[in-house]
Design a protein around this ligand. Structure first.
Ligand code: GDD
Ligand code: MN
Length: 235
């Protein structure tokens, strides 16, 4: 197995089955780990029923421990398995599985440590997001660039491909944010470590079923994280 795809889930019962079908049909040597935080809708049971497939793993956690800590749990699994790459994507089809080969090609062609599936480079796009979500995402990215100085257009994208060797340089467990802002903090840590980051354009499509799990609290925590990252720049 070369790539482990990490999929955090919180109430994604409508999505997870079809997503696994599409991922496992890709012409890539990949495995998938679903990191479920005690979904109330039976998401974990759907995955459990398919565990006879050796390419599929399930981590069940006792409660809502956060998107970032779910990524970290998946990365620990990738290191344990000794795969070359760890990918992350939403469970809701916002991140098209069929874009994964392009991310992988880019990483190999340009010897990148991290390839971001980016909405904000030429060729990237967002479908069906309302003005509120677009504004939030634009502000978060402007602030990250402005406060931290990182030259990445999409610092909040959850669609990513990391070389597993990255985690020897940037310890996933030492990222302080455990929620959504793990994404910003992780990419800033990678950049500060001097790693090679590339952005591959993606088409982001709003989820087709279920609801977004992002909350006002997560947005507030994101702002605090950005201020902390901005301040640590000066030290
Ligand atoms: N295990 C676990 N624990 N999974 C979680 C948690 C959690 O606490 N919170 C969210 N998830 C899962 C969701 O089930 C989904 O698969 C994925 O993490 C992302 O959550 P969404 O609810 O789909 O987020 P979004 O689409 O509104 O947010 C998107 O934009 C953000 C900002 O650009 C995503 O692409 C995020 O990855 C991104 O940070
Ligand atoms: Mn989503």
């Amino acid at each position: 197995m070369r790539i482990l795809v990490v999929i955090p889930t919180l109430d994604e019962a409508e999505n997870i089955g079809p997503l696994l079908d599409r991922l496992l049909a890709l012409p890539l040597d990949l495995g998938v780990v679903v990191v479920d935080d005690a979904s109330a809708d039976g998401t974990a049971a759907i995955v459990r029923a398919r565990l006879a497939d050796p390419r599929l793993l399930l981590i069940e956690r006792p409660g809502r421990l956060g998107l970032g800590s779910a990524y970290a749990a998946g990365f620990a699994e990738a290191r344990r398995l000794g795969v070359d790459f760890a990918a992350t994507m939403d469970a809701d089809f916002s991140h098209e599985p069929e874009a994964l080969p392009a991310l992988l090609n880019r990483a190999e062609r340009e010897a990148a440590d991290l390839v971001v599936g980016s909405r904000y480079v030429p060729g990237g796009s967002i479908d069906n997001w309302g003005p509120g979500r677009r504004l939030l995402s634009a502000v978060a990215n402007r602030l990250t660039r402005g406060l931290v100085g990182i030259p990445v257009a999409d610092c909040t994208s959850g669609y990513r491909l990391y070389r597993t060797a990255v985690f020897d340089r940037v310890d996933p467990d030492r990222i302080r944010s455990h929620g959504y802002s793990y994404l910003e903090e992780m990419i800033v840590a990678c950049w500060r470590a001097g790693l090679v980051i590339r952005e591959e354009p993606i088409r982001f499509v709003d989820r087709r079923a279920g609801r977004s799990k992002i909350s006002q609290i997560e947005i507030l925590k994101g702002a605090v994280t950005l201020l902390r990252l901005g301040l640590s720049r000066r030290r």
